[in-house]
Design a protein around this ligand. Structure first.
Ligand code: ATP
Length: 366
């Protein structure tokens, strides 16, 4: 950490709506920092992503990649554009490289229902949805990224990888997360989501889960097959707490989770390793609405709150934990009072109006 409670944040807005939601987020971060005091964030703006690739032929420079690794945390907007691809047809996604290089094995994707947001399920209990999809983010099927084999024009293969070392870290992270949530009234439960009835790799994954569960007897450990989990996320999502699963399964289930609580504008994400962490909304660059003041910045704001939370815990700085709570409370209150009405949900607030309102609420909160 830099001196005098100053923390260095690598800021990468990226592509599409990444620009507008990042601008909004930095204004909010400055506002809470001024209100709470006791720490200072020093931003280091870095360029990366599909627009940068289109201009320069590179997705991120080595120098900026190293600067991101050197920062205390990385704050990301969104990256990738459908029409800009590497020659092999894959998307421009420097954050996938960062997950590998910085060991960001734990992708924390909260799905929480906020008041006055669209209720996708009719059941009253949908208002209490509050779960985390914990995505293993460095192996699983994504391990095969860039390694897949295309055999002539007749076959293609990708290989899924599960290792003991990463799985143990992941499950320990899951139990600790459930424990922290339990301390704040959570269910204290971790569900291992797999396909162990069909694949050896998942039987191995589940075996390691059960071993780590024995070391965490204060937290309830349960299992679900991924197909049944998809069903249960529609049938009874309010019964779950932390769902821990493989990279590709989580990629899919976390979008389902985002949909359950309104839409992708409500889905924040933290990608955490032992030494590094990257914070970004779970949604993409949304080119269909980019540059039109239509993006819902909530996921970006809540990702920034997760960043403050992680930094505060890591550096023992309570002021940052207070700042994180302030953002969460402002979002909660904005929706509860009906003062925030995002265009994403048929309301009248574009990104700018939404941000102004959240900042007003931060100013009012005690
Ligand atoms: P990726 O694969 O990079 O995650 P994607 O192809 O899943 O991206 P998104 O960019 O997440 O797609 O967009 C999916 C849909 O959700 C689009 O219709 C987009 O406009 C909408 N969307 C995504 N983020 C937001 C947001 N913050 N506010 C409003 N709408 C959003």
């Amino acid at each position: 950490m830099a001196k005098n409670s100053e923390l260095r944040i690598a800021v990468m807005p990226g592509d599409g709506i990444g620009h507008e939601i990042m601008d909004a987020c930095l204004v909010l971060l400055d506002t809470v920092q001024a209100k709470v005091g006791g720490y200072r964030l020093a931003y280091n703006p870095l360029r990366a992503g599909a627009e940068f690739y289109r201009e320069t032929g590179t997705d991120i420079t080595d120098e900026d990649f190293a600067a991101a690794g050197d920062a205390d945390a990385i704050l990301f907007g969104a990256m990738g554009l459908p029409e800009v691809r590497f020659p092999d047809g894959t998307e421009i996604a420097p954050h996938l490289k960062m997950r590998d290089a910085f060991g960001l094995f734990a992708g924390v994707r909260p799905c929480k229902a906020y008041p006055n947001t669209p209720r996708r399920l009719l059941d009253e209990r949908a208002a209490t949805i509050d779960l985390i999809v914990l995505r293993e983010s460095t192996e699983g099927l994504f391990y095969s990224r860039g390694r897949g084999e295309v055999i002539g024009d007749s076959e293609a293969r990708e290989t899924l990888r599960i290792t003991r070392a990463t799985s143990e870290k992941l499950f320990d992270f899951a139990f600790n997360l459930a424990r922290r949530r339990k301390a704040k009234g959570g269910k204290g439960m971790v569900t291992c989501v797999d396909k162990s009835n069909v694949f050896r790799a998942f039987a191995f994954f589940r075996k390691i889960f059960d071993e780590r569960a024995k070391l965490n007897p204060d937290i309830k450990a349960t299992h679900n097959y991924v197909d049944a989990q998809a069903l249960d996320l529609i049938r009874r999502p309010w019964d779950f707490d932390v769902l821990v699963t493989e990279n590709m399964f989580a990629d899919i289930l976390s979008d389902l989770g985002g949909g359950l609580v309104g839409g992708m504008g409500m889905a924040p994400c933290a990608e955490i390793g032992l030494e590094h962490a990257l914070f970004q909304p779970a949604h993409g660059s949304a080119p269909d609405i980019a540059g039109q003041n239509k993006a819902n910045p909530t996921a970006m704001f809540l990702s920034a709150a997760m960043m403050l939370d992680w930094l505060g815990e890591r550096h023992g700085m309570d002021s940052m934990l207070t700042a994180a709570r302030l953002i969460e409370r402002a979002v909660e209150q904005g929706f509860a009072s009906g003062r925030i009405r995002p265009l994403e949900f048929g309301g009248s607030h574009g990104t700018a109006e939404h941000t102004r309102t959240i900042i007003e609420i931060v100013g009012e909160l005690r």
